[in-house]
Ligand binder design. Structure first.
Ligand code: ADP
Ligand code: MG
Length: 238
């Protein structure tokens, strides 16, 4: 059974068909990249998966359960955005532990899980530091830990590294891969960067004007683009 089943999802804003009849299944432990130019509907799909936006039609199933109408906090999903919005008045530990505190877990569990999450993103021992004193990459790792600590089944990432420089972006890709394998987590990763999608994805879903152009392994998208649009868009890499 697919971990995530997206069925005929559509969303209209005024005259804009932001998402137009999108269907994709994502397997457990798979990393799917949603790739497309700006305005192609990637973020709208992701926000619907996370429960931050309601679809006009279609449904979303996670492990066979229909979550289409559940609010974000009742879905087994975590979300990481480009702007991580850490709380600057709290230390790293409190930023990561925040969601667990809301769940009123015992203090010992909160400490253990928060430290494990920081360890997973390579920030063991960073708990007492202020987010403002960290580098951009470290801050984005704290944001990752803040999601991972809640043990989501599916992690949704919307251009999380877009504001980082090229070198750091490439390093973060490797880390995401490692985290994904270590945590056995399913990921949907939104990007407009062809190189990022080709480097990261198990499969790539190429979007254009709210529609899916092709869903395939990176190699197939690259070597056997199904449409002229995909060929042109992927070709921009070279
Ligand atoms: P992407 O993430 O691929 O850049 P988006 O999903 O953000 O694309 O947007 C898809 C289309 O929907 C765009 O034309 C955008 O302007 C429009 N759109 C997205 N969100 C809203 C909104 N809240 N209100 C009106 N239009 C929106
Ligand atoms: Mg977007």
């Amino acid at each position: 059974m697919a971990e995530l089943e997206i069925r005929n999802l559509s969303r209209v804003f005024g005259a804009t068909r932001a998402v137009n009849d999108v269907s994709i299944s994502v397997a457990h432990g798979e990393l799917l990249c949603l790739l497309g130019p700006s305005g192609s509907g990637k973020s709208t799909v992701l926000r619907m998966l996370g429960g931050f936006e309601r679809p006009d039609s279609g449904s979303i199933l996670i492990d066979g359960k229909d979550v289409t109408n559940l609010p974000p906090e009742r879905r087994p999903t975590g979300m990481v955005f480009q702007s991580h919005a850490l709380w600057s008045h709290m230390d790293v530990f409190s930023n990561v532990a925040f969601g667990l505190k809301l769940r009123r877990l015992p203090r010992q569990d909160i400490r253990q899980r928060t430290e494990a999450a920081l360890d997973m993103v390579g920030l063991a021992g960073f708990g007492p530091r202020r987010p403002t004193k960290l580098s951009g990459g470290q801050q984005q790792r704290v944001a990752l830990a803040r999601s991972l600590v809640l043990e989501p089944k599916i992690l949704l990432l919307d251009e999380p590294f877009a504001s980082l420089d090229q070198h750091l972006r490439e390093r973060m890709r490797e880390e995401v891969r490692e985290i994904q394998q270590r945590a056995g987590i399913t990921m949907v990763f939104v990007t407009h960067g062809q190189d990022e999608a080709l480097a990261l994805a198990d499969r790539i879903a190429v979007m254009r004007d709210g529609r899916l152009e092709q869903v395939d392994k990176p190699d197939a998208v690259y070597r056997r683009p199904r449409t002229a649009f995909v060929a042109g868009f992927i070709g921009q890499m070279n």
